[in-house]
Write a protein that binds this ligand. Structure first.
Ligand SMILES: Nc1nc2c(ncn2[C@@H]2O[C@H](COP(=O)(O)OP(=O)(O)O)[C@@H](O)[C@H]2O)c(=O)[nH]1
Ligand SMILES: [Mg+2]
Length: 225
């Protein structure tokens, strides 16, 4: 497990960082990546890790259902009024990149109804390696892949792997079972991403989501500064 920090640090707070009443809006972080890579599990673990110190909320995107939101509700990772589901229809990437209105409305409604909030996590519906979030919807994005999806995914690249603010390679516990070479994945990710950070994690392992939670806290520190 390792966490490389970019020397440049995250971008400064955007001009639209204030709500109409002048208060600072929540930092918005998107989580994208293929179906089954562990986005919802990472969101759940982040909520558990951060909820005692921070005011947070979650928006989930599913194609035709509300299953991810229902999972988070069943797991009681946050009070129910802090979890909103968006049903995207056909293409998950459309709702986070091209027509972000439903997600923006969900994010703004959460701030109005349960705010003030420090952080809103927006989970995309699972999609292919090209799906990224509009900068009009989120301030930073995490791309989640997993070792069982094939250890050649970092080498194949695509905007999620190459440009996400944080790349998470999840399910490292499965590497020995599926024959994935973690060193090769790390080298390929480094080649694609340069100084952008990469976290290898297993949510079944002892440290769980700790590195990603630390990255989120660092982004929040810059956001609130
Ligand atoms: N072995 C293992 N399984 C995991 C890990 N993270 C998530 N999973 C499992 O992978 C499956 C898909 O996870 P989910 O979060 O629903 O994926 P999503 O489609 O990206 O939201 C679930 O059964 C999770 O319990 C991990 O680190 N290790
Ligand atoms: Mg999910």
């Amino acid at each position: 497990m390792h966490l490389d920090h970019t020397p440049h640090g995250p971008a400064a707070v955007g001009a639209d960082a204030r709500r109409p009443d002048g208060s600072r809006r929540a930092l918005r972080i998107g989580l994208g990546g293929p179906v089954g890579s562990g986005k919802t599990a990472t969101v759940a673990a982040l909520c558990r890790a951060l909820r005692d110190r921070l005011s947070l909320a979650v928006v989930t995107n599913d194609i035709y259902t509300r299953e991810d939101a229902e999972f988070l509700l069943r797991e009681a990772v946050l009070p129910p009024e802090r979890i909103t589901a968006v049903e995207t229809g056909a293409c998950p990437h459309t709702a986070i990149r091209d027509d972000i209105s439903a997600n923006l409305e969900a994010v703004e409604d959460l701030e109005d109804e349960v705010g003030p909030l420090d952080l809103i996590l927006v989970e995309s519906g699972g999609d292919n390696l090209t799906a990224t979030f509009s900068k009009g919807l989120v301030d930073a994005q995490i791309f989640v892949i997993d070792v069982a999806g094939g250890d050649d995914i970092p080498r194949k690249g695509g905007p999620g792997v190459t440009t996400a603010d944080l790349l998470v390679v999840n399910k490292t516990d499965l590497a020995p079972h599926v024959g994935s070479d973690l060193a090769r994945m790390a080298a390929d990710a480094k080649a694609q991403r340069g100084e952008l950070p990469v976290v290898f994690q297993s949510l079944r392992g002892e440290s769980g989501v700790a590195d990603v939670a630390a990255w989120v806290r660092a982004r929040l520190a810059v956001w609130s500064a």
